[in-house]
Design a protein around this ligand. Structure first.
Ligand code: PGA
Length: 254
């Protein structure tokens, strides 16, 4: 099964270091059946355009402004990332929700701006440990989807990918271990997400939407996680920093 494999480099690497990274993944991705996307920091997008344009690897930004243009010092607009060839943008990552206090309302506006500018959205949702322990995971994720996708038309949903990223499983290696998330947990949450999309849009939309899993996917567990047929791919943080490790995951036949 063809999967979507996305690298989230977060705030790592310099543009010069990324040049080597991009050249390596462009070469290693040749012949892969999967769709491969790399999301570096904004400052690297021009390098991505230079190196990845004629390759099999697509690229995206890690966030963007909800505003089109104007007096928003320090912000980066959809038009700017689009002009640099970014096909995707990650929105609602737990880093921006928790550390920069982005709200569902803002994320909803950002999604609308991205879609209006023809950029595909990788929308991250997922619960904290506290929410999980109080057995509120399903309600919490349903509400995130409800708030984040408010006012989006069904035909626009083609440009939306959902990444289920339980916050407590990110960069912890608590994946597929006895204490961590299991494939059963992941499949259950994918089902919850599809049911919510069905409730908000339609059964057709629920079936069609791409759902990724993210949270400590790495060389030690990718085969197990990505062989789970309920998920369409993975969003990979820490392990994607090692371009060789990321290439192995991106090239596998699932
Ligand atoms: P991780 O990060 O793979 O390091 O857990 C995933 C993410 O934050 O998108």
């Amino acid at each position: 099964m063809k999967k979507l494999i996305v690298a989230n480099l977060k705030m790592n690497t310099t543009p010069s270091e990324f040049k080597t990274y991009a050249m390596t993944i462009a070469t290693k991705a040749k012949g892969s059946k999967n769709n491969i996307v790399v999301c570096p920091p904004f400052t690297h997008l021009a390098v991505a355009k230079e190196i990845l344009t004629s390759s099999k690897v697509s690229y995206g930004a890690q966030n963007m402004s909800a505003e089109e243009e104007g007096s928003f010092t320090g912000e980066v607009s959809a038009k700017m990332v689009k002009d640099l060839g970014a096909e995707y943008v990650i929105l609602g990552h737990s880093d921006v929700r928790n550390k920069f206090k982005e709200t569902d309302k803002l994320i909803n506006r950002k999604i609308k701006t991205a879609l209006a500018n023809g950029i595909k959205v990788i929308l991250c949702v997922g619960e904290s440990l506290q929410t999980r322990e109080s057995k509120q995971t399903q309600n919490f994720v349903r509400k995130q989807l409800d708030d984040d996708l408010k006012g989006i038309y069904e035909n626009e949903l083609e440009g939306v990918i959902i990444a289920y990223e339980p916050v407590w499983a990110i960069s912890t290696n608590k994946t597929s271990s006895s204490k961590g998330i299991t494939n059963k947990d992941i499949s259950k949450m994918v089902e919850v997400i599809r049911k919510e999309i069905e409730a908000q849009f339609s059964a057709k939309a629920a079936k069609k939407i791409t759902v990724l899993y993210g949270g400590s996917v790495g060389l030690n567990n990718y085969k197990k996680i990505l062989s789970n047929e309920s998920i369409d791919g993975a969003l990979i943080g820490a392990a994607s920093l090692d371009v060789d490790a990321f290439s192995v995951i991106a090239r596998e036949n699932y």
